[in-house]
Design a protein around this ligand. Structure first.
Ligand SMILES: Nc1ncnc2c1ncn2[C@@H]1O[C@H](COP(=O)(O)OP(=O)(O)OP(=O)(O)O)[C@@H](O)[C@H]1O
Ligand SMILES: [Mg+2]
Length: 323
């Protein structure tokens, strides 16, 4: 049997003449966390829907928990959990009732289902809210209830489609902590995200998708290396100094600088390390140029995306919160 919890080979999915997936392949070892990272419309949800048997592929094959999703759908569904992009819990039931109902759907029996519900409410810090209708929950509570719902039957493989979209930073951090405990228990997780820091924070391996194709693959460190070193940057206090600062940074970094006028940010990739920063500080001091900020920063996954596609990933999207 496959040592991989998830294996996708050449997945193709068409909607009319739109190719949502144009041959996507990747695999996730058992117990690992894989981040499917890409902008709106990249094909992330489509991949998740195929892997969770909600829709069929037009080409390619996939196994989950060693089982073919096309021919062993029922067995696959018994081993996985899915937190879909839109909330799936019933708003007109309480949090506790939702979890009990799902347990009963999984044939746990009323008493076991109730015990499991209480255990999950506790784990997700929802014990106090367990008796309230889900429609009265905040977005963060709703996301936690969604995730709890996927865990009722203790799945081997967990699919999380943008688990933290729409959450504030604190709620996001709390959810990340919960995911850590699942990983520690050996659950395999495939999560999709548009948040660079989320893939970086959670995933062992990142698959970058764009327009239905895998455009890069690797851990965060390897992806960042593709951009070539750290960025030497400075933000002159006076926009009138931008050109002079750019000339200095270009000189010291030994690479052409980029200037972002609205944020007054000048930067260039460098191998120079911290020494480059002190040389820049000296040059600025000699020229009497004041800066608000100066330093060396690690490239982000957004820089990787920019290098690969010529476009930024939009970090914050306007989103509808399902009610
Ligand atoms: N049921 C459908 N009918 C027609 N087109 C679809 C359908 N589902 C997805 N698509 C199209 O397929 C492409 C990929 O969509 P998908 O939902 O997989 O993207 P995504 O990466 O999940 O995006 P987002 O970050 O916005 O959730 C998009 O162009 C989308 O419009
Ligand atoms: Mg999606």
């Amino acid at each position: 049997m496959s040592t991989h919890a998830i294996e996708a080979v050449g997945l193709i999915k068409r909607y009319g003449d739109k190719e949502a997936l144009a041959g996507v392949s990747f695999e996730v070892p058992r117990g690992a966390v894989c981040g499917l990272l890409g902008p709106n419309g990249a094909g992330k949800t489509t991949a998740v829907r195929i892997l969770t048997t909600l829709t069929g592929a037009d080409g390619g094959t996939a196994t989950v928990a060693g089982l073919d999703v096309a021919t062993r759908g029922g067995d696959v569904r018994a081993r996985i959990g899915l937190a879909a992009q839109d909330a799936t819990v019933d708003a007109l039931l309480t949090g506790r009732e939702n979890l009990i109902m799902i347990g009963e759907l999984h044939h746990l029996g009323r008493r076991v289902a109730a015990a499991r519900a209480d255990e999950l409410l506790e784990q997700f810090d929802l014990s106090d809210a367990g008796g309230r209708l889900a429609k009265t929950y905040s977005g963060g509570m709703r996301r936690r209830l969604d995730l709890a719902a996927t865990l009722v039957a203790r799945p081997e493989v967990l699919f999380l489609d943008e688990p933290t979209t729409g959450l504030d930073p604190r709620a996001r951090n709390e959810l990340w902590d919960v995911l850590d405990t699942l990983v520690a228990d050996g659950t395999t997780i495939l999560l999709t995200t548009q948040y660079l820091e989320e893939a970086d924070r959670l995933a062992d391996d990142i698959v970058v998708v764009d327009h239905g194709r895998v455009i890069a693959r690797g851990d965060a460190r390897a992806l960042k290396r593709q951009v070539g070193g750290s960025q030497l940057f400075a933000t002159p206090t006076d926009p009138g100094d931008l050109e002079r600062v750019a000339a200095m940074i270009g000189d010291i970094a030994g690479a052409p600088p980029g200037i972002d006028v609205p944020s007054r940010l000048v930067q260039a990739p460098t191998d120079g390390g911290p020494l480059a920063v002190s040389r820049l500080a000296d040059a600025l001091g000699d020229a009497g140029i004041a800066v608000d900020d100066i330093g060396l920063r690690q490239p982000t996954l957004d820089d990787v995306f920019l290098t690969l596609t010529g476009e930024h990933i939009a970090e914050e999207q306007p989103q509808e919160v399902a009610r």
